[in-house]
Design a binder for this molecule. Structure first.
Ligand code: COA
Length: 144
């Protein structure tokens, strides 16, 4: 049985989260391991745990001083656990956390190939596709 938990970058599950991001997000598009952690310290981190193993993760990065707007980033589910509802649990947990903590808008720079994964939660596309880290992305936004 999987559970979703908020974790700290000083805590024991953070290293597993970093490894999962290397494997699922960075290596497939040629970004060096640990190469996309600039927002980690200021973000909230959520992981999906199966026993003691991190099998999914997502982070929420505040974008303004008032913490009224934040960006969902670094969403990843381990390949062997994809398609079993873990991503959905993570996004629902993040949105609940955001609305309970005064965040009014969540945005995403979604990889274009997964945009429809996010629209099921009420995110709306805005503008044209753009390139980021060498691949096509789409801007998405949801008002809470
Ligand atoms: C995209 C990702 C996070 C989805 O997580 P997941 O655990 O596999 O998704 P779930 O099993 O929770 O799927 C929930 C729903 O979203 C749909 N879905 C899953 N992956 C999808 C995708 N790539 N595109 C569109 N819809 C998708 C499922 O069909 C399911 O629909 P249902 O509830 O009607 O059955 C995961 O596949 C992943 O890590 N992909 C590689 C990394 C990546 O692209 N991350 C996003 C960067 S912006």
């Amino acid at each position: 049985m999987e559970k979703i938990q908020e974790i700290k970058t000083s805590g024991p599950y953070y290293q597993q989260e970093r490894e999962l991001r290397n494997k699922v997000l960075l290596r497939p598009i040629g970004i060096p391991d640990y190469g996309w952690e600039k927002n980690d310290k200021i973000s909230w981190h959520f992981v999906a745990l199966k026993g003691q193993s991190v099998i999914g993760c997502v982070i929420l990065c505040p974008l303004d001083k008032e913490k009224s707007k934040a960006q969902l980033m670094q969403m990843a589910v381990d390949a062997e656990h994809q398609g079993k509802g873990i991503g959905k649990l993570l996004v629902n947990h993040l949105l609940k956390f955001a609305s309970e903590n005064g965040i009014k808008e969540v945005i995403i720079h979604s990889r274009s190939e997964v945009t429809s994964f996010y629209t099921q939660f009420g995110f709306k596309t805005e503008g044209e596709e753009f390139e980021e880290v060498g691949i096509k992305h789409q801007y998405l936004s949801a008002l809470l």
